[in-house]
Design a protein around this ligand. Structure first.
Ligand code: GDP
Length: 471
C-alpha cells in the first residue's frame, strides 16, 4: 500500500526495511514512525492522511425533492414467543400476488417483499424478535419504518410483548398492534387493548392513535385489514427515496455459503444497486456478481426498499453494516482495508482492559464464570445471541462466550469447549460427525435452540443451578 502511494516497488521497500533491521513481508503492517522513515529514505514527502481522508463517510446529504419517488415501507414483526410472529409472516407472504405467477421458490434471505393487488409493495424483515431489531439499531441501522406488535388474544401481554413495546418506543418507530389468534375460544381482544394502556399504548378503540387489528394467522383472517393499516401508516410517513443514484443499503443477514462464497442480504435504502457495481460493505468490499431476490430469481438491479442477496463479496460482513457503491475497485479495497485495520486494532486494544476488569470482578466478588461456545446459522443470530447472553450475568456468576461464529459445530469448537468445560450452544445448527464423536469422548454437552428467548431462559436457569440451592 505504501509502495503504491510512493509509486515504488514493494520489493524495494521490503529490502530497505531488511537493511534497517526489520524483516517484514510485503503485506505486513508497519508502524507510523517506520513508515515515515521509509518515506524519507526514498526521498518522498510525508503527507499524513487522516481517517476521514481514507474512510468512506456516510453521505448524509438529502436528495433533491424532485428526485424522490415513493418507496415501500419496511416492516418488522415483534412480540412474545409463540404469539404467532412466524405464522403471521408466512400468512402475509401468502398475500403476494406476484409469487404464484412468477413460479419462483421462496427463499429465506432475511427479508421479503409482497406486492398487493393494487401493485403497492411492502417489505417485511423476516427475522422476528426485538434482539435483532435492537442490535441493528445499536449499529446505527434504522431500517424499520413500521413495527407490527403481535399479541396473542388468548395469552395477552407477556414479558417479551412489553420488551418489544419498549424497543419500538426507544426507536421512535410507529407501531400497529396485531391481536392474533382471535379464532380461539379463549381469545379476549378487549383485554389486550386494556392491558396495553398500562404500557402507554392507546389503540384507536380506546381513544388513542395506535392502529390495531384483529387477525388469525392460522385461519388467514384479517390480513387484508392489516395490510390496509400498514399502507395507511406508510402514507402518513410519506416514505420516499431517490432511485437514480449510486446505491446505499444495509446488511440484513450475511453468511458464508458453501457453493457461492460470502453472501449478504442487502436492503437498499436509496439509489439502485446493479450487477457490476463496485461497493464497500462494512470492512469488506466487492463487485456485484449477481443479485438474487426473495423468490430465488436473478435480477439485474434492486431499488429502494428492495431486499436482495448480493454475491461477489470479499468476505462476510456483519448485520447492520452499511453498503455503499463507490467509483472504483481500488477505492473500495482501500476503504475496506482501512476498516479491517481499525477492527483489528480495536480487538487488540480492548482485550487487556476487559481481562483486567474480569480479574478485578473475580477478586472483588468471586464471580463464578459460566463459559459457553455459541454457533449459529447467520451472523445476525450470532450477534443477537451473544448480546443477550452478556446481559444475563449477575454479581455472582457471569456468562462468558469463549467463542462464537457462523456455521455448523466443528471439531475445533468442541476442543475449545472441552478445554473449558463449556457447553456448546447451537442455534439452528448441528455438529458434524467428527465433532459429535470428540464431544462424546470428552463429555461436551450440545444444546440446540431455534428461539433466542428459550436459549437465554435456559442459560439463566443453568447459571442459577451452578450457584446451588442457596442462591
Ligand atoms: P412465534 O414464536 O411468535 O413465531 O409463533 P409461531 O408463529 O411459531 O406460532 C406459535 C403457535 O401458535 C403455533 O403452534 C401456531 O400454529 C399457533 N398460531 C399462530 N397463529 C395462530 C392463530 O391465529 N390461531 C391459532 N389458533 N393458532 C395460531
Amino acid at each position: 500500500e505504501l509502495a503504491n502511494r510512493m509509486a515504488e516497488k514493494g520489493a524495494d521497500l521490503v529490502k530497505t526495511l531488511f537493511k534497517m533491521g526489520m524483516p517484514v513481508t510485503m503485506t505486513q503492517t508497519i508502524d507510523q514512525d517506520t513508515a515515515e522513515l521509509l518515506v524519507t529514505e526514498f526521498g518522498h514527502n510525508i503527507v499524513r492522511v487522516s481517517a476521514s481522508d481514507i474512510d468512506l463517510q456516510i453521505d448524509t446529504t438529502e436528495d433533491a425533492e424532485d428526485t424522490l419517488a415513493p418507496r415501500a415501507p419496511v416492516v418488522t414483526i415483534m412480540g412474545h414467543v409463540d404469539h404467532g410472529k412466524t405464522s403471521l409472516l408466512d400468512a402475509l407472504r401468502g398475500t403476494d400476488v406476484v409469487a404464484g405467477e412468477a413460479g419462483g421458490i421462496t427463499q429465506h434471505i432475511g427479508a421479503y417483499q409482497v406486492t398487493q393487488k393494487d401493485k403497492s409493495q411492502i417489505t417485511f424483515l423476516d427475522t422476528p424478535g426485538h434482539e435483532a431489531f435492537t442490535e441493528m439499531r445499536q449499529r446505527g441501522a434504522n431500517v424499520t419504518d413500521i413495527v407490527i406488535l403481535v399479541v396473542a388474544a388468548d395469552d395477552g401481554l407477556m414479558p417479551q410483548t412489553i420488551e418489544a413495546i419498549n424497543h419500538t418506543k426507544a426507536a421512535g418507530v410507529p407501531m400497529i398492534v396485531a391481536i392474533n389468534k382471535v379464532d380461539k375460544h379463549e381469545a379476549n381482544p378487549q383485554r389486550v387493548r386494556e392491558r396495553l394502556l398500562e404500557h402507554d399504548v392507546q389503540v384507536e378503540a380506546m381513544g388513542g392513535e395506535t392502529q390495531d387489528v384483529e387477525v388469525s394467522a392460522l385461519k388467514k383472517q384479517g390480513l387484508d385489514d392489516l395490510v390496509e393499516k400498514i399502507q395507511l401508516q406508510a402514507e402518513l410517513l410519506e416514505l420516499r427515496a431517490n432511485p437514480d443514484r449510486p446505491a446505499e443499503g444495509t446488511v440484513i443477514e450475511a453468511k458464508l455459503d458453501k457453493g457461492r462464497g460470502p453472501v449478504a442480504t442487502i436492503l437498499v435504502s436509496r439509489g439502485t444497486l446493479k450487477v457490476g457495481d463496485v461497493f464497500v460493505v462494512g470492512a469488506e468490499s466487492g463487485k456485484v456478481r449477481a443479485l438474487i431476490d426473495d423468490k430465488g430469481r436473478q435480477v439485474k438491479q434492486a431499488g429502494p426498499s428492495a431486499p436482495v442477496e448480493v454475491l461477489g463479496l470479499s468476505g462476510v460482513p456483519m448485520a447492520g453494516d452499511p453498503l455503499q457503491v463507490v467509483e472504483s475497485e481500488a477505492r473500495a479495497r482501500e476503504v475496506a482495508e482501512y476498516r479491517q485495520g481499525v477492527l483489528n486494532q480495536k480487538r487488540t486494544t480492548t482485550a487487556p482492559a476487559s481481562l483486567e476488569t474480569m480479574f478485578s470482578a473475580l477478586k472483588d466478588k468471586q464471580a463464578i464464570e459460566y463459559p459457553l461456545v455459541v454457533k449459529a446459522d447467520t451472523q445476525g443470530s450470532v450477534e443477537a445471541i451473544v448480546a443477550s447472553i452478556n446481559k444475563i450475568s449477575t454479581d455472582e456468576i457471569r456468562a462468558r462466550v469463549l467463542h462464537s461464529g457462523v456455521g455448523g459445530i466443528t471439531e475445533s469448537d468442541v476442543t475449545l469447549a472441552a478445554a473449558s468445560g463449556a457447553p456448546i450452544i447451537g442455534f439452528n445448527v448441528r455438529p458434524n460427525a467428527k465433532a459429535r464423536e470428540i464431544a462424546e469422548r470428552n463429555k461436551v454437552a450440545f444444546k440446540y435452540y431455534d428461539v433466542i428467548y428459550t436459549l437465554t431462559d435456559e442459560i439463566r436457569a443453568g447459571m442459577a443451578g451452578e450457584l446451588g440451592p442457596e442462591a
